[in-house]
Ligand binder design. Sequence first.
Ligand code: SF4
Ligand code: SF4
Length: 428
Amino acid sequence: MSTNSDYHSMWANLGLDLAKHDALLGALGQLYQQTFLAQRDRPAGMAYFDFVMSEVHGLRIKELVDARAAGRKVVGSFCVYVPEELILALDGVSVGLCAGAEFGFDAAEQYLPRTTCALIKSFFGFALEKVCPYLAACDLVVGEATCDGKKKAYETFAGLVGRFHAMDMPQHHSPEGRALLKAEFLKLAGELEEVTGRRLEPARLRAAIATVNARRAALARLARLRAADPAPISGLDALLVNQVAFYDDPVRFTKAVTDMCDELERRVASGEGVAPKGAPRILLSGCPMAVPNWKVPALVEQAGAVIVGEESCVGERGARNLVDATGETVEELIDRLVDRYFQIDCAIYTPNPERLDHVRVMRHDLRADGIIHYALQFCTPYQMEAIGVERQLEAEAVPVLRIETDYGAEDAGQLRTRIEAFIERLRG
Ligand code: SF4
Ligand code: SF4
């Protein structure tokens, strides 16, 4: 990660704590080296994503600062329910806010119970320790009332950021739930118009829908290519691409993914891959993995298996289903957005049978031998669903390993043992 001294004045202007920020970037750089650059047979196309990551707090932040200087607004969010199409249609820049590192947890626990998931503690820690330039560059932060943890945490978090918009969320896939989501999208549209000083126009909204659709289609193409055996790309690299999707310029990102997919198609045609043909194939399912939460995928692939898909918001759940861009008015187009976003099968919904069905479909399509269900400790929605997922799939003779963990390294040894035993079971 670039700690280029040229960026220090930019970080200082954003109000970051430079000493803590340097320490964070130093640790991230080392972790990236060990986790990603040490892999073998990576596609050449990953060079772009390595570059983006090396400049994740440098060049990309400079782009945000320059965009703001040119009058554009930066909008941060934590969840794939926030419709980025509305932000882009108002010439805003949408950024996902980092919540994947154990940093500042002591400070976070001054505001949150210890029994809060690592994702929430992480975004508090980053804000309190002043180490997140994305958050610092935001003109608006959107927080969705998904799980109870986030819902309550945002009450306090709103006071730590400049401008905060709370978005209510349905909990049922019912007509009333859909109506609530639509009302919230309309409210968010009003807030974004106020922040940006612009009006939503159908043509611009259609163009924004096309931009985000193109990115989702590129990610879906990448996901499909992973069905090949041997897999043409590691699960770690594919996860990284999905993580970068939350930070990068969407048009540039789509081109980089498309170019890499061309390369992966050539790899598949020539039988080239990242793991030996026949290596155990794993589908990861569960909580989203934000940068730099790479612990479990790294352990899985270091143990000789290959991850072929992520049933997760940083992965399939965030990227699947395109928005139908037909509509003459802003409200018609917002209806089309609701149609797409309402299909997201997050565990905050009850009941949520669509998610298990989709795990089955992904396992079949990607030819996965087993499922690793990944839940963060204290994440009640995914921990609860994990038990049903495990029971149902094991009853269908699909091997499942259920993991609950956090962002720390303390349990890495124990996890490695369990993961290796699971992979042996798949080989058996
Ligand atoms: S898991 Fe649910 S709350 Fe978390 S990002 Fe996905 S949709 Fe949002
Ligand atoms: S990981 Fe679970 S508890 Fe944490 S924010 Fe997401 S849904 Fe909520």
